[in-house]
Design a protein around this ligand. Structure first.
Ligand code: FE2
Length: 346
């Protein structure tokens, strides 16, 4: 078996494949590592067939959809997954075939209703059902401590104790353990009475993961994160430094249009001399009257440099091929001691 473990910030994902046929799969890929997965798959000469999420993640951004599209692969999740665009839904007792390798699906609800473990050869990918020295939490959407107990004690822990455990998370840098080791020493598995186990899970009182709502929204819909929206916009517009813009507005004010895309109140409190006001929320509907010349050089600005990046990308997509974004925002402009004007637009 070709096997690679990718660990980033506590998230564990896996590349595996059949050495004889070069058929491969990715398990629980995370959005910040897309280039790494692509690079590893080509280094190992693997043709990725399946991109599998062991469950709906609430704490990281799944790269499954994007990778599957890039690789011509299928996304795979359990039948109970709420994500609408899953290519292949699988259920307990079924297997995915990767050349000579088989990945057997074990439905293990508890952490989420759609959690599954995947057994392949000498190892089991446990998702967040079983972690090294822990288990997944059961207090997030579709979590169920009673179901987790049944999945663990009724299913997973009855498998061969020699099976290696590869979880979806580890925050202490450990790569794997075995089912036998977990049965012997995992503190949560020492509660073998169901009622006591459920009581323990209900009293954990864990803090909510950061980006919970955004992770659920994007993972359940295949939609984009805010960071992705900004990165995509930044990748298709040029930027102009604050010093460069300052020298240009001072030298030949008519050479370019400084377009302030904040709200009126912020603009009137202080803006770049000569800047015009066109709030981002009105941009598309007012460009025809406000910016009749599509060849004009336009520099967008906002408070922090993010909304202006989106605005410049929108302008470019509408045909303003000289739209650029200010590299910085009015906050930095003010801090740099650059000139400001207050008051309404001229
Ligand atoms: Fe999870």
């Amino acid at each position: 078996m070709i096997f690679e473990q990718i660990a980033v910030g506590g998230c564990q994902s896996y590349l595996l494949g059949c050495a004889d046929t070069c058929a491969g799969a990715l398990i629980d890929p995370e959005v910040s590592q897309i280039d790494r997965y692509l690079a590893l798959a080509s280094r190992d000469a693997l043709r990725i067939r399946f991109v599998i999420d062991t469950h709906t993640h609430a704490d990281h951004f799944s790269a499954a959809r994007q990778l599957a599209d890039r690789l011509g692969a299928m996304t795979v999740m359990h039948r109970a997954s709420p994500a609408p665009g899953v290519d292949m839904r699988v259920d307990d007792g079924e297997s995915l075939v990767l050349g000579k390798l088989r990945l057997q699906v074990l439905h293990t609800p508890g952490h989420t209703a759609d959690s599954m473990c995947l057994v392949g050869e000498d190892r089991v990918f446990t998702g967040d059902t079983l972690l090294i020295g822990g288990t997944g939490r059961t207090d997030l959407p579709t979590g169920d401590p009673e179901a987790l107990y049944d999945s663990l004690f009724g299913r997973l822990l009855k498998l061969d104790p020699a099976l290696q455990v590869y979880p979806a998370h580890d925050y202490k840098g450990r790569s794997h353990s075995t089912l036998g080791e977990e049965i012997a020493s995992n503190p949560r598995l020492q509660q073998r009475d169901k009622a006591a186990f459920v009581q323990m899970m209900k009293s954990l009182d864990l803090s909510m993961p950061t980006h919970l709502t955004e992770a659920l929204r994007t993972n359940m819909s295949g939609g984009k994160t805010v960071a992705q929206m900004l990165a995509e916009a930044a990748a298709c517009v040029p930027f102009m430094s604050m010093a460069e813009l300052l020298s240009r507005v001072q030298a030949t004010p008519a050479e370019l249009i400084v377009l302030d895309v904040r709200e009126r109140e912020a603009y009137e409190a202080g803006h770049i001399p000569g800047a015009r006001l066109l709030p981002r929320g009105q941009l598309e509907l007012r460009v025809n009257s406000e910016l009749p010349d599509p060849t004009a050089r336009i520099v967008t600005c906002c408070e922090f440099g993010r909304i202006s990046t989106l605005a410049a990308a929108t302008l470019r997509s509408m045909g303003f091929q000289r739209a650029v974004a200010l590299d910085g925002g009015m906050k930095s402009w003010l801090e740099a001691g650059y000139p400001m004007r207050a008051g309404p637009a001229a």
